[in-house]
Design a protein around this ligand. Structure first.
Ligand code: URA
Length: 220
């Protein structure tokens, strides 16, 4: 007989990191981890998974009341009260963008390209384009992997320097080392992930992880 499975708490919050363990999210993440998942499928699932994550993490976003005319009469409804700005970290973050935009199509989008200098190990910016007026925005910085935490922390510092005060970091898989490093720079910025994995290997890959997200997405 087939195992009937077990119920799990669908989100676990600790130390300002929330692991969203919704069954659909975990099932899609498992497909991403699978080395046999092909590029096209990997990309589609990554977008879907991101959309599900966004559905979860926007629960607390403030609504403002609006009136609309139905075909029959006027009805009271709601719309997001504050502008949303998405900031994917190049390059894998770009594919997450479509997942977020499928639910928040009006969001403005910034881009941050940062790489880690192999000698100094310091983050180096190679492309930065952010929308103006971040002060009132709900900013979500997105990158599928929170590995060493250096790039993510640097990207969040950049949006804060441009005036953002309400910033979240959304990833799919996080490593404990990355969470600690990120925390030490941004203790109050909430992190959302679908999984907190075991550790980093000596090359900075997350274990068990899902491999190099960019390579799997773009075939590099
Ligand atoms: N970036 C990735 O794409 N994968 C990892 O495991 C770590 C960083």
């Amino acid at each position: 007989m087939q195992a009937r499975g077990k119920r799990i708490p669908y989100s676990v919050a600790m130390d300002n990191i929330t692991i969203v363990r919704h069954p659909l999210i975990q099932a899609k993440l498992t497909k991403l981890r699978d080395r046999n998942t092909e590029r096209f499928q990997f990309r589609v699932i990554l977008e879907e998974l991101t959309a599900l994550m966004v559905y979860e993490i926007t629960r607390g976003f403030p609504l403002r009341e609006v009136q609309v005319q139905t075909p029959l009469e006027s009805a009271q409804g709601g719309e997001l009260a504050r502008p949303v700005v998405l900031v994917p970290i190049l390059r894998a973050g770009i594919v997450m963008l479509d997942g977020v935009l499928s639910l928040i199509p009006n969001a403005r989008v910034g881009h941050i390209g940062v790489f880690r200098d192999p000698e100094s190990l310091q983050p180096v910016e190679y492309y930065v384009k952010l929308p103006p007026n971040l002060t009132d925005a709900l900013v979500i910085v997105v990158d599928p992997m929170l590995a060493t935490g250096g790039t993510a922390a640097h990207a969040v510092s950049m949006v804060k320097e441009r005036g953002a005060s309400d910033v979240s970091f959304l990833c799919l898989v996080a490593a404990p080392e990355g969470v600690r490093a990120f925390r030490s720079t941004h203790p109050r910025v909430p992190i959302y992930a679908a999984a907190l994995d075991r550790q980093l290997d000596e090359h900075g890959y997350i274990l068990p992880g899902l491999g190099d997200a960019g390579d799997r997405l773009f075939g590099t």
